[in-house]
Design a protein around this ligand. Structure first.
Ligand SMILES: *[C@@H]1O[C@H](CO)[C@@H](O)[C@H](O)[C@H]1NC(C)=O
Ligand SMILES: *[C@@H]1O[C@H](CO)[C@@H](O)[C@H](O)[C@H]1NC(C)=O
Ligand SMILES: *[C@@H]1O[C@H](CO)[C@@H](O)[C@H](O)[C@H]1NC(C)=O
Ligand SMILES: *[C@@H]1O[C@H](CO)[C@@H](O)[C@H](O)[C@H]1NC(C)=O
Ligand SMILES: *[C@@H]1O[C@H](CO)[C@@H](O)[C@H](O)[C@H]1NC(C)=O
Ligand SMILES: *[C@@H]1O[C@H](CO)[C@@H](O)[C@H](O)[C@H]1NC(C)=O
Length: 190
């Protein structure tokens, strides 16, 4: 073989290595599971109306991720006892693509892995959360379930970090922003 083709033979592996590096950089967007809560005291019968309403709810949520607020709530079903209320919230700094990917993964993991027969559930990923229940919780403040997750990594600039935490997590600010649903995405700590 001549030199150009030998050159080509080198170029292909190098391109593949580059692709792998780029893919590994992009893999930051892969939805990361954090925590879920779904008490096994409230379960539904497999193949019941509740289950089909829940499936419809999850597909409605995942197909409505384009809402520019990154938040969406919906209820499915009419008959008492089979209505499902649900919502999702994406982190304010994620793109629509990441939001959709997160919601799709979450919805799938919820029904297949974490909470296959539970009526009431909440699941947190790094980039989004999904919550549903057989009782309406819209527009209501709930203190439970609460989960505290600790990030053990160090911040590059502790002083600036503390300042930001004070600004963003100050209760006054949170309340003000929460009252305006259109800014709900701003609640995220950077
Ligand atoms: C519910 O969860 C508890 C604690 O994990 C377990 O002990 C119990 O057997 C579970 N009940 C059912 C009906 O799966
Ligand atoms: C629910 O429906 C699926 C598919 O229609 C079926 O394979 C499964 O056996 C059913 N499960 C129950 C508990 O009826
Ligand atoms: C998105 O939300 C709208 C309005 O609530 C609903 O009518 C629609 O069915 C949802 N999208 C899908 C594809 O389910
Ligand atoms: C929701 O489910 C729980 C447990 O199955 C039940 O006790 C409660 O009455 C249900 N709520 C509604 C509004 O149907
Ligand atoms: C979403 O929640 C609000 C209350 O916060 C409620 O007024 C509205 O009807 C809910 N939307 C749907 C589609 O259920
Ligand atoms: C929060 O709001 C209260 C009442 O409006 C006010 O008295 C207080 O000074 C505020 N605190 C901060 C840190 O802004």
């Amino acid at each position: 073989m001549t030199t150009p083709s030998g050159y080509m033979n080198m170029a292909v592996p190098i391109m593949i290595i580059w692709l792998l590096i780029i893919l590994s950089l992009c893999s930051e967007a892969i939805p990361e599971y954090r925590y879920h809560v779904c008490p096994n005291t409230t379960t539904f019968t497999p193949n019941s109306t509740y289950q089909s309403n829940l499936n419809q709810l999850l597909s409605s949520l995942t197909s409505n991720f384009t809402r520019d607020t990154g938040f969406y709530n919906i209820s499915v079903g009419q008959d008492p006892g089979t209505v499902v209320y649900g919502l999702f919230l994406c982190r304010g700094d994620v793109t629509i693509t990441v939001c959709q990917e997160c919601l799709t993964t979450e919805a799938k993991d919820l029904v297949e892995e974490y909470c296959p027969t539970e009526k009431v559930a909440v699941i947190w990923y790094d980039h989004c959360m999904v919550r549903y229940s057989n009782e309406s919780f819209f527009g209501r403040m709930d203190r439970e379930p609460t989960v505290i997750l600790v990030n053990t990594r160090e911040t590059a600039d502790p002083f600036q970090f503390d300042q930001l935490v004070q600004v963003i997590v100050s209760m006054n600010d949170t309340v003000r922003r929460a009252m305006d649903a259109s800014t709900v995405k701003l609640l995220t700590v950077p």
